[in-house]
Every structure is written in structure tokens, then in C-alpha cells.
Design a protein around this ligand. Structure first.
Ligand code: AMP
Ligand code: ZN
Length: 565
């Protein structure tokens, strides 16, 4: 079906489209001709032979004569009539049986066959190809990634098993494509995978597993895989992916953290004794718009900012890092310090009620996140989510105002609009802004081009799936430091490796060598941990280290500093 549509689409483009116009004009000319003959037929029959025929009979006669069928059921019996019938037959042969088929063949069939024959999909890259990014699976995310790669002059190749898709991407969009099955070893060889810079696996989760295993049988090229279900991440990693990106989970969490009204309640990630690691949105805190140095978070609250999440990316902040209103801070400190910060942020989440419109993969992730805070929420979806047995949504079409009204939407303080259809999202945003001017609306854009419309409709914050996904991938490809994208942030405890005792933190080179940062030092024999110790701190034997890093960085640390037996 898809390929028939693709073939038909050929006739709606360029030269073929122009020719289609000529065909219509020609058909109109033929119809006109038949009508003129039909009228003449009636006139001649009446005046030459005194027989009265209807116009329909005239049209029927003209068509049977022009197509040389000539049933002979209606015939003239006068010489003028014979001459007229002969003229109609000859003109039918010329215009209907010669010019029309000839035109169809030369204007449509021949160019189409030629187009198909001319297109030879690439099945192998030149032997010397290297440093390229291989993209398996094309959708809004990878399309945005492609634009970013083009802007950064990073070479890339899209791989697809679908011949028509290859043709479309290559001819219409000028994208470099290789045609072939992503799990065929011969195809992978021809893609020069061993020399590639990165592989982006953006197929279904099972196909990604298959792809990773096939690639690992051949080379060590790093693989970044997008998984649609976070729970599949581990399997894809086991199959050989270096980076696993549960994009829907990241997007859900991103939407959720921006939907709660002012009450910037800390969300606990982990705790080590009295040390707590928590996330808190910048919006609602007094630090919004300031740099880390200006905000003086440490001086005012005793808490250390150990990370910043921005548009799905995690970075380790420096003094100049801007605390953007849209960002999420990762903080380390005691419960009392976190409580003190929550007091600074004003409004309490107790009055919060968030409506989530769309309980798909992203809406479900947002709900899970709010659940853990906890912020009360109500889910609305017209269908059941087969992957979720945790939440109980209200069933109905969210665009039906009555559904939302009956669910009590007027009590909501925040709204997450996350259906898979952008027009629906724009409609829901506009309708909600209209009826509830003060509600906080966070909307999801499935396609980048709809972001301005969502803002225009009244959204306070828009998250574009494609942009977030593409940013994460580009960050990985460019191997920017500390992108914690996988199952979140790993904060882990290790005892001080014996060989580091007596050195300062700076001299230990833990950060440059492993990428992990020290969040806190636990003094030997217990006591209050020192949060984010300065680089000149001397490491003493028996200390506990609390570190933060990606799963890879944690592994790196373990390899470099194996645990003492
Ligand atoms: P996902 O892309 O996995 O986050 O799924 C999007 C969800 O939005 C699906 O569960 C759809 O059923 C839901 N959805 C789409 N349109 C509407 C609508 N008009 N009302 C309610 N839910 C919708
Ligand atoms: Zn759910």
C-alpha cells in the first residue's frame, strides 16, 4: 500500500504534474467533441430523416462510433448522414485511439519507467569512507538530527531496507542513503561500520536489539539507541548499545517538571546517610535567570548544585552556568537544607493538581514522575495504554470539552498536553488558555514546525520531541562531556582507593580520568559528609566517596580503581 502511494506520488511532482494538467485539458477537449457530435447527430437525424433522439442517445451514438464499436443499432440512411458518421469515426480513431494512448505512453509511462530504471540505490559506500554517522530508522527525531549534522558538517548516511523510501530520501531530500537490510552482515560491511563515527539505532526496540547484536559481531563502533520503552533499555544495552536513550521517559519527566505550579518541590533521587540528592525546577526558586555564582545557592541554603538538566541534557555546572527558568537543578545536601529551599520557593504543591491530556508513552512517563513527587494528577485518554497497569485514566476524547469539564478541569493548576497529534495539542492549548487564563500549560510538539503555533495558542512551555531527541543524539555524537541520558543520573558510593590517600582532589585526577565528579566526602568513622568539597581538599584513608557519573563513567571508575578485596 505504502509503495503504491509512493509510486502515485511520483505523478504529483515536477514534470509529471505538469503533464497531468495537459491530460485533463485533453480529456476536456474529448468530452467537448463528443457533446458537439451528439448535438449535430440529433439535428441531422431530425432534419434529414425526421427521427427524434434524446441527447443521451446522441452521446451514446458518438461514443460507439468514435471508439469504432459501431453496434449498428442507430444508423443514418442518407448520404449526408453517412458522411457525418464517417467523419466522426475518423476523428475518433485519431483523437481517441491514436493521440490519447500515444500521449499516455510518452508523457507518463515512459518517463516513469525511465525514472525507475535510472534509480539505482546505493548498496555500498566507497571503501575509504570513515568518520560517518550511520542512521537506522528515519522519523521526526532523526530528521532533525540530520539538519543539525548538516549544519555541523558531520557526514552521515541513512540506511533503509525500503527501496521507495531510499528513492524518496535521495531524490527529493538530497539525503545520502544506502539501501539494504540493517541486519545483513554484508550490508553492514558495505556501510563501513568499523570506520564509522557513531551508529544511531532508531528502529523498534526488538529491531534495535537485533541491529546491535549484528553490529557487535563485526566491530566496536559506538552505538546510541533510542528505546521506546524504558524497560527495554537494559536489553538493548546488553545487546551492545553504548548509550540507551529512553526518549519518552525523558520527555515525560521534562514535561512533568515544568507543569507543576510554582511549588518547586524537591524530588528525591537518592540518599546516602544524611546526604540527599534531589532535583528541583529552577522556575519558582529565587535563582531563576542568575548564574550559579550570582545565585549563591550554597551560601543561602547550604545546598550544592551538582548538575543541571536542560532540554533533556545533563551537565555539570560551573560558576558561570546560567540557572535558566526552564532548567532543573540537581542538588546535594541535607533534608533540612532542602526543606529550607522549599520554603524559599513560596507556594506549596499541596494546591497543585495537574491534568495530563494523553496517556501514551510520554503522558504515562509524566504521570509516573508526578506520582513520585508526589503531585496529584488526572490522566485523560481516549484509549487504554496497554503498556501501563499503574494509572487509571479518565476515558474520552480530550477535545470534547464536556469530558474535561466532568473530570474537573477547572480545579487544575497545571496542564500537560501530550497527545501524538500536534493539531489536537494546539487546539487543546488554545481551548484551555481561553477558559482558564491562569493555568500553567506545558505542551508537547511532535514536529518542530508546530512549536510557534503552540506558543501562539498560549502554552507557557513547549517541549519538542524532535529537538530534544536530536540534541541528545548530537551531544553524544560530538562526545560532549557528561551527558547523563540513560537511566538517569548515577550517584554511587565507593571507599577511597588506597592509592589516592594523601592526595588532593585535584591531584587525584578522578574527574579527568573517569568523568565522575565527587559529590561528597564521608569522613572516616562516620559523621557529616562534606558536600562538593573544593579541589584542594586532601583525601584521607578510610574516607567514603560519593560520586556522580553516567553508567559508563561509573564503569570506568571501577576499572581504574578496582574495589579492594
Ligand atoms: P504517545 O505518542 O505514546 O505519547 O501517545 C499519545 C496518546 O495520546 C495516545 O495514547 C492517544 O490515545 C492519545 N490521544 C490522541 N488524541 C487524543 C485525544 N483527542 N484525546 C485523548 N487522547 C488522545
Ligand atoms: Zn501510565
Amino acid at each position: 500500500m505504502k509503495s503504491i502511494a509512493a509510486e502515485l506520488a511520483y505523478f504529483l511532482r515536477g514534470r509529471a504534474k505538469q503533464n497531468l494538467k495537459y491530460l485533463f485539458l485533453y480529456c476536456a477537449f474529448l468530452v467537448g467533441m463528443i457533446l458537439v457530435y451528439a448535438v449535430l447527430f440529433r439535428y441531422l437525424m431530425l432534419h434529414l430523416e425526421g427521427r427524434d433522439f434524446s441527447l443521451i442517445a446522441g452521446i451514446y451514438w458518438a461514443i460507439t462510433v468514435m471508439t469504432t464499436l459501431g453496434f449498428g443499432d442507430i444508423t443514418f440512411h442518407t448520404d449526408t448522414g453517412y458522411i457525418f458518421a464517417a467523419v466522426v469515426t475518423v476523428s475518433g480513431v485519431v483523437f481517441l485511439l491514436i493521440i490519447l494512448p500515444f500521449g499516455l505512453i510518452s508523457l507518463f509511462l515512459a518517463p516513469w519507467i525511465e525514472h525507475r530504471l535510472r534509480y539505482r540505490p546505493t548498496i555500498e559506500l566507497p571503501r575509504e569512507t570513515a568518520g560517518h554517522v550511520l542512521i537506522f530508522g528515519i522519523d521526526a527525531v532523526t530528521r532533525t538530527l540530520i539538519r543539525r549534522l548538516q549544519a555541523s558538517h558531520i557526514p552521515f548516511v541513512v540506511v533503509t531496507p525500503d527501496n521507495s523510501e531510499a528513492l524518496r530520501l535521495e531524490e527529493e531530500e538530497g539525503i545520502r542513503v544506502v539501501w539494504g537490510s540493517p541486519t545483513d552482515p554484508q550490508v553492514l560491511g558495505g556501510l563501513r561500520v568499523a570506520a564509522a563515527r557513531y551508529v544511531i539505532a532508531n528502529l523498534s526496540d526488538p529491531e534495535n536489539v537485533n541491529l546491535c547484536l549484528s553490529l557487535r559481531a563485526q566491530c566496536d563502533t559506538p552505538i546510541a539507541a533510542l528505546v521506546s520503552e524504558a524497560a527495554h533499555g537494559e536489553l538493548v544495552r546488553l545487546a551492545g548499545a553504548n548509550q540507551v536513550i529512553p526518549l519518552h521517559k525523558i520527555l515525560g519527566r521534562y514535561l512533568a517538571t515544568h507543569a507543576t505550579t510554582q511549588g518547586a518541590m524537591a524530588h528525591l533521587l537518592d540518599s546516602f546517610g544524611s546526604l540527599q540528592i534531589a532535583e528541583i525546577p529552577v522556575h519558582g526558586t529565587p535563582f531563576s535567570g542568575q548564574t550559579l555564582a550570582e545565585a549563591q545557592v550554597r551560601q543561602r541554603t547550604g545546598l550544592a548544585v551538582i548538575g543541571l538538566w536542560e532540554r533533556g541534557l545533563f551537565t555539570t555546572p560551573t560558576a558561570d552556568s546560567l540557572l535558566d527558568d526552564e532548567a532543573l537543578m540537581v542538588l546535594a545536601g541535607t533534608r533540612e537544607q532542602l526543606d529550607a529551599l522549599e520554603k524559599l520557593t513560596g507556594e506549596q504543591p499541596a494546591d497543585d493538581l495537574v491534568f495530563i491530556l494523553g496517556h501514551g508513552r510520554i503522558g504515562c512517563a509524566a504521570a509516573t514522575f508526578l506520582d513520585r513527587k508526589p503531585v496529584p494528577f488526572i490522566l485523560v485518554d481516549r484509549e487504554e495504554n496497554p503498556a501501563c497497569d499503574e494509572h487509571v485514566p479518565i476515558y474520552g476524547d480530550a477535545t470534547g470539552r464536556l469530558v474535561l469539564k466532568q473530570a474537573g478541569i477547572e480545579r487544575a493548576r497545571g496542564l500537560i498536553v501530550t497527545t501524538n497529534d500536534d493539531s489536537t495539542n494546539i487546539f487543546l492549548t488554545l481551548a484551555s488558555r481561553h477558559t482558564q487564563p491562569h493555568i500553567r500549560i506545558v505542551a508537547r510538539a511532535n514536529h518542530d514546525e508546530n512549536v510557534p503555533q503552540l506558543y501562539a495558542a498560549g502554552a507557557d512551555f513547549v517541549v519538542s520531541n524532535a529537538s530534544v531527541g536530536a540534541n541528545i543524539l548530537l551531544n553524544i555524537i560530538e562526545s560532549k562531556a557528561s551527558a547523563f541520558l540513560t537511566e538517569g543520573i548515577n550517584v554511587f558510593r565507593r571507599s577511597l582507593p588506597a592509592r589516592l590517600a594523601g592526595q588532593t582532589i585535584a591531584a587525584s585526577q578522578i574527574r579527568p580520568k573517569t568523568g565522575c565528579s565527587i559529590v561528597a566526602l564521608e569522613p572516616p568513622g562516620g559523621g557529616e559528609p562534606a558536600v562538593v568539597p573544593p579541589p584542594e581538599t586532601v583525601l584521607a584513608e578510610g574516607m567514603g566517596l560519593i560520586l556522580i557519573g553516567s553508567p559508563e563513567q561509573e564503569e570506568h571508575f571501577s576499572r581504574l580503581f578496582p574495589k579492594a578485596k
